[in-house]
Design a protein around this ligand. Structure first.
Ligand code: NDP
Length: 448
C-alpha cells in the first residue's frame, strides 16, 4: 500500500496538468490522509482515491444572454456534481471571470469533505460561470441568471443537487435563479439555498459563513487560553463572508482594522465599528461600489491600491475572506513576524501551500477553510431541513445550531489530528475526519 497516494497524484497530475487549483487541493487532501489510506488495505482494494478525485458528473453548457443595448453575449456555464455518497450534491455557484472547470473542480472537491465535516447529509458539488456581474445592470444580471437556469434546471432538484451562492452570487442572483427554476419545473421546492426570508430562506444564512469562521477561530484560541476581546484582526474581502466576520468580531470585543476588494485594501486603525460596517454593506451590497470609497467617508482610514491586508499592520488574528491563493508564503511570514497567533479561513483555499507550511512550522493556530468556513453550507443544510418540514426556525435557534455545529467540527478535526499523531494540525484533522466518512460510505454503496 505504500506509494498509493503518490501514484494516484502522479496520474492525476498527468491527466489534468492544466487544472492548477484542482491539483493543489487534491495534493493537500491526499497528502494529509496518507496515514489513513496507506494503513488500511480496504481503500486501495476498492480504488477509493481514484474514484474520489473524479467528479461523478460534470455538466458544461452555453449561456447566451442579451445586454441592455440589445447586443448578444455568450458565457460558459458549469455544474460539477462531485460526490453524492452521503447526500444530494450541495455547493455554491460562482460568477466571476476567473471561473474555469479547474477552479470549480477544486471547489467541488473541497466541498465534499467540508460537507461531510458538518455532520449533515450533504454530498459535494460546485458550479458557476465566467460571467462578470460587476458593472452589469439588474436586468442584465437577471437575463444571464434566467439563461443559466434554462439549462441547469434539468440537472438539479431538492433531492438531487441543491446549489447556493458564492462569489458574485448573493440574494439578488438566487432570486432570479429560483424564479426561472420554478417557471420551468412548475414545482415549489427547496432547490436553492440562500433564498430570501419571504420565500423559504433561513434566518442567519447570510451571516453563517462569517459568524462560523469566528466561532471556529474562537474554539482554536480556547485551546491556548486566548480570547477575541481586545485583539486586532485583519480581514480580506468586503463581500458576504467578510462583512459578517466583522460583525461577529465586533460582538466579541475585537477590533477589525482592514477590508479589501480586488482593487486594494483599506486600513482603519480606529476599527471598523457597527456604523462603519453598515456603510460598507450599503456600499458593496446596494450601490455595488469599490471599497476605496470608504476613505472618502472615514478620514481615519488609508487606502492601499493593489495591496492585500497581510503586511500592512500588526495584528493578532487574520481572517482571509476573499478568494483562493490570496495569502502566499511571503504574506504568511509577514503575518507571523507581526505577531499573528491565529489564521482562520473564511474563503476557500486562500492560503498557498507555502503559506500553510509557514503557519504549521511556526505552530500558530491555523484553521483551513474546509473546517473554518463550513458554517455557510451547514446553515444551508438547516435551510433545506426547514424547507422540507415547511417551517421556519427563529434566529436564536439557527444561530445556536450553527454554533454547535462549528464546535463539533472543531472537535472532530482536533481529535482526528491527535488520533493520527499530528496534534494541533487542523489541516490533517479536517481532511481525515471529512474523508473517512465519505470513503466508508462509498465502500458501503459498492462500485458505482
Ligand atoms: P462575495 O462575492 O460576496 O465577496 C467576495 C469578496 O472577495 C469581494 O470583496 C471581492 O472583491 C473579493 N475578491 C473576489 N475575487 C478576488 C480576487 N481575485 N482578488 C481579491 N479580492 C477578490 O463572495 P463571498 O463573500 O460569498 O465569498 C468569499 C469567499 O468565501 C470565497 O472564497 C467563497 O468561495 C468563500 N465561501 C463563501 C461562502 C458563502 O456562504 N458565501 C461559504 C463558504 C466559503 P471584488 O468586489 O473586487 O470582486
Amino acid at each position: 500500500m505504500k506509494g498509493y497516494v503518490k501514484s494516484v497524484l502522479e496520474n492525476l497530475n498527468k491527466k489534468y496538468y492544466w487544472e492548477k487549483e484542482f491539483l493543489q487541493a487534491a495534493s493537500e487532501v491526499l497528502t494529509s490522509i496518507k496515514v489513513l489510506v496507506e494503513n488500511d488495505p480496504k481503500y486501495q482494494a476498492q480504488s477509493i482515491l481514484e474514484r474520489v478525485v473524479e467528479p461523478e458528473r460534470t455538466i458544461i453548457f452555453r449561456v447566451p444572454w442579451m445586454d441592455d443595448k440589445g447586443e448578444f453575449h455568450v458565457n460558459t456555464g458549469y455544474r460539477v456534481e462531485f460526490n453524492s455518497a452521503i447526500g444530494p450534491y450541495k455547493g455554491g455557484l460562482r460568477l466571476h471571470p476567473t471561473v474555469t472547470l479547474g477552479v470549480l473542480k477544486f471547489l467541488g472537491f473541497e466541498q465534499v469533505f467540508k460537507n461531510s465535516l458538518t455532520g449533515l447529509p450533504m454530498g459535494g458539488g460546485k458550479g458557476g460561470s465566467d460571467f462578470d456581474p460587476k458593472g452589469k445592470s439588474d436586468n442584465e444580471v437577471m437575463r444571464f441568471c434566467q439563461s443559466f437556469m434554462s439549462e441547469l434546471f434539468r440537472h438539479i432538484g431538492a433531492d438531487t443537487d441543491v446549489p447556493a451562492g458564492d462569489i458574485g452570487v448573493g440574494g439578488r442572483e438566487i432570486g432570479f435563479l429560483f424564479g426561472q427554476y420554478k417557471k420551468l419545473k412548475n414545482v415549489y421546492e427547496g432547490v436553492l439555498t440562500g433564498k430570501s426570508l419571504n420565500w423559504g430562506g433561513s434566518l442567519i444564512r447570510p451571516e453563517a459563513t462569517g459568524y462560523g469562521t469566528v466561532y471556529f477561530a474562537e474554539e482554536m484560541m480556547k485551546t491556548k487560553g486566548e480570547v477575541f476581546k481586545n485583539k486586532k484582526v485583519l480581514i480580506s474581502g468586503s463581500g458576504n463572508v467578510a462583512q459578517y466576520a466583522v460583525e461577529k468580531c465586533n460582538e466579541y470585543g475585537a477590533k477589525v482594522i482592514t477590508l479589501s476588494d480586488s482593487n486594494g485594501t483599506i486600513l482603519d486603525t480606529d476599527g471598523i465599528n457597527a456604523e462603519k460596517l453598515q456603510y460598507v454593506m450599503d456600499l458593496k451590497n446596494c450601490k455595488r461600489c469599490r471599497i476605496k470609497e470608504y476613505t472618502g467617508k472615514y478620514k481615519s482610514a488609508k487606502y492601499f491600491e493593489g495591496k492585500k491586508p497581510w503586511g500592512i499592520a500588526k495584528a493578532d488574528i487574520a481572517l482571509p475572506c476573499a478568494t483562493q491563493n490570496e495569502v502566499d508564503g511571503k504574506d504568511a511570514k509577514a503575518l507571523v513576524d507581526n505577531g499573528c497567533i491565529c489564521v482562520a479561513e473564511g474563503a476557500n483555499m486562500p492560503s498557498t501551500p507555502e503559506a500553510i507550511e509557514v503557519f504549521l512550522k511556526k505552530k500558530i493556530l491555523y484553521g483551513p477553510g474546509k473546517a473554518a468556513n463550513a458554517g455557510g453550507v451547514a446553515t444551508s443544510g438547516l435551510e433545506m431541513s426547514q424547507n422540507s418540514m415547511r417551517l421556519a426556525w427563529t434566529r436564536e435557534e439557527v444561530d445556536n445550531k450553527l454554533h454547535a455545529i462549528m464546535i463539533n467540527i472543531h472537535k472532530a478535526a482536533k481529535q482526528a489530528a491527535e488520533e493520527f499523531g499530528t496534534p494541533g494540525n487542523y489541516v490533517n484533522g479536517a481532511n481525515i475526519a471529512g474523508f473517512r466518512k465519505v470513503a466508508d460510505s462509498m465502500i458501503d454503496q459498492g462500485l458505482v
